[in-house]
Design a protein around this ligand. Structure first.
Ligand code: SLL
Length: 257
C-alpha cells in the first residue's frame, strides 16, 4: 500500500540539527519594578529556544515550543508559537527546572520531544566567571542541544535542504550585498551559513566543533575510567568467588566430619 500523502519518507537520509536552549536572569531594579508582580520577586528572567549563531534557521522544522514553568506560576504551561526567539519572560525569586516541549512542523510527522533546562538565577562557575556575570548584571545558562531526523518525510527533507534556512542571515544586507548566505569571493561561491557547527568558538557563539571535540575527549577519558573500574570490580568478583568456593569447601568438609 502506498504511504499516505505527506508521510512518505526519504530512505537512508539522516539529518541532525543543533539548537540552543537557554535562560538569562537579571536583578530587578528596586526603584523601577514591573507593576503587579509579587513582592518577593527579586529577579527578571527569560527562557528561550533559538537557532545557533549562523546555523540553519530552526523555524523550518520547529513549529512551536511549550515551556512548563514552576507550578505556582499562573498559566504555568506557556506555549509559544512566535519564533524570534521562542521565549517566555517572567519574574521570580528562585531557579527551577523548566520542561521544554518541542513541537515539530506538522509536515515532519514527528512526535513532540521533551527537553529540560534549569533556570539558573544565581551567578555560577569559577569566581572569575561569577564576578563577570555580576558585573554584567546578567546570568546566562545555555546548552547546545540536538535533534535527529531519521528518514524525514519528503516535505521535511525539502525544509532541511532548502537555501531558505539561511534567509535570516541575509536580512538587512540589501540586495546582492556581501551579507548574503552565500557570498561570492573572487567569483567562487563560499557558504556562509552552514548546518555544521563552526570550527572554532566566536565571542557570540561558544558552540563549535572544537567544543564538541573537547566533549568527546572528555567522554573518552570517562569511558576509559569506567573500563578500569569495571576491570577492578571483575577482579574483585573473581577473588570473592574463589574465597566463597574455599569457604563452602571448608564448610562442607566440616559438616562431613
Ligand atoms: C524548587 N527551586 O525547584 C525551587 C522552587 C520556585 C521559584 C523555586 C516564584 C513563583 C511564583 C518563583 O520564583 N518560584 O511567584 O509563582 O523546588
Amino acid at each position: 500500500m502506498p504511504a499516505a500523502a505527506g508521510t512518505k519518507r526519504v530512505k537512508g537520509a539522516r539529518f541532525t540539527r543543533n539548537f540552543i536552549i537557554g535562560s538569562e536572569a537579571w536583578p530587578l531594579d528596586p526603584t523601577n519594578r514591573p507593576e503587579g508582580i509579587p513582592a518577593d520577586h527579586t529577579t527578571g528572567w527569560r527562557v528561550y529556544v533559538k537557532t545557533v549563531d549562523n546555523g540553519p534557521d530552526i523555524t523550518g522544522w520547529l513549529k512551536k515550543v511549550s515551556f512548563k514553568l514552576f507550578h505556582t506560576y499562573a498559566n504555568s504551561l506557556r506555549t509559544v508559537e512566535e519564533p524570534g526567539p521562542f521565549e517566555v519572560r517572567e519574574t521570580g525569586w528562585g531557579g527551577f527546572q523548566v520542561e521544554v516541549r518541542l513541537h515539530f512542523n506538522p509536515v515532519a510527522n514527528e512526535k513532540p520531544q521533551w527537553r529540560s533546562h534549569y533556570l539558573q538565577l544565581e551567578p555560577y562557575g569559577t569566581d572569575e566567571e561569577k564576578a563577570a556575570q555580576k558585573a554584567a548584571g546578567i546570568v546566562r545558562a545555555e546548552q547546545c542541544d540536538v535533534v535527529e531526523f531519521n528518514e524525514p518525510t519528503e516535505a521535511l527533507f525539502e525544509v532541511l535542504t532548502s537555501e531558505s534556512q539561511f534567509d535570516y542571515l541575509r536580512q538587512g544586507s540589501g540586495r546582492g550585498g556581501g551579507g548574503k548566505g552565500r557570498k561570492s569571493v573572487g567569483g567562487a561561491v563560499e557558504e556562509v551559513g552552514s548546518a555544521e557547527l563552526p570550527e572554532r568558538p566566536t565571542p557570540g557563539n561558544p558552540y563549535s566543533r572544537q567544543m564538541e571535540d573537547q566533549e568527546i575527549a572528555m567522554l573518552r577519558l570517562a569511558e576509559e575510567e569506567v573500563g578500569r573500574l569495571l576491570e577492578a570490580e571483575n577482579k574483585r568478583r573473581v577473588e570473592l568467588e574463589a574465597r566463597l568456593a574455599d569457604v563452602r569447601g571448608t564448610g562442607e568438609g566440616v559438616r562431613k566430619r
